[in-house]
Design a binder for this molecule. Structure first.
Ligand code: HEM
Length: 219
């Protein structure tokens, strides 16, 4: 892929994410909370967590190793086995009941429906995800400041800005002090959703040590 085409695609991707983030800001103020809380129970156990497109965007955006749960990253450093990496992705651990270690119904249903296709997708994109495309560029082209800027923008949009705007909507509608309301997907959402806890970074090589240490705290 030429660097010019890659830049054009990244501009388009970032434009979509900016739209998505803006749409969340509208939703955060746009609904009557009690009405929302009444109809959301009919969603159980469905959750945006089961958005297979979202998982495909992540897998096409970077190497699978970047999507491994933060507690398993050191263990899987340098591992290329897609099935092994796929088994410890951050969202799988996020939808596993801490107490029992059992997968939530939302995750089980998601895996039953999409598991096979998503694993095949992960195998297909192992060599042609956006990070691989970047590394397949000539070394001098990888220093292109505009390209690096667009990839950092995508990383922030997907893993910080969207995650934060979505988290704000969860806080607005589910954080009923003193006890927060359970998530329809069964995750411990206060611990699962904030980007500073998920620590998903598509392109660590494009960020300074300090930026990586403060990931999810700036946008
Ligand atoms: C006020 C509305 C919303 C609330 C309260 C909310 C709440 C949540 C919660 C608590 C989770 C964690 C998983 C779980 O246990 O269910 C989640 C995950 C998710 N939701 Fe929402 N959500 C809302 C709207 C949306 C919308 C409109 C979309 C899609 C455009 C969306 C997409 C997602 C995605 C993709 C995930 C998985 C995130 C991840 O795994 O990092 N959500 N949502």
């Amino acid at each position: 892929m030429s660097v010019e085409l890659l830049k054009r695609q990244l501009v388009r991707i970032n434009r979509y994410f900016t739209q998505l983030v803006n749409s969340f800001d509208i939703m955060v103020e746009g609904m009557d909370r009690d009405e929302f809380l009444r109809f959301r129970m009919s969603l159980l156990p469905a959750s945006g967590f089961q958005s297979v497109q979202y998982r495909m965007i992540e897998i096409a955006g970077t190497d699978l190793g970047q999507l491994v749960h933060v507690t398993k990253r050191e263990l899987t450093e340098g591992v290329n086995d897609v099935e092994l990496l796929y088994s410890v992705l951050y969202w799988k651990s996020g939808a596993t009941e801490l107490s029992s270690g059992k997968k939530t119904l939302t995750l089980r249903q998601f895996e039953d429906k999409y598991g096979h296709d998503l694993l095949r997708f992960a195998k297909k994109y192992q060599s042609c995800n956006l990070r691989r495309i970047y590394y397949n560029l000539p070394a001098d082209t990888r220093q292109d400041a505009e390209l690096i800027g667009l990839m950092r923008e995508f990383d922030l949009n997907a893993n910080v800005r969207w995650a934060l705007s979505h988290y704000r909507s969860a806080v607005k509608y589910l954080d009923a002090k003193p006890k927060e309301i359970e998530a329809t997907g069964g995750t411990n959402w206060q611990k699962y959703l904030p980007p500073r806890f998920q620590c998903v970074q598509f392109y660590p090589e494009l960020w300074s040590k300090e930026e990586t240490e403060n990931w999810g705290k700036f946008q």
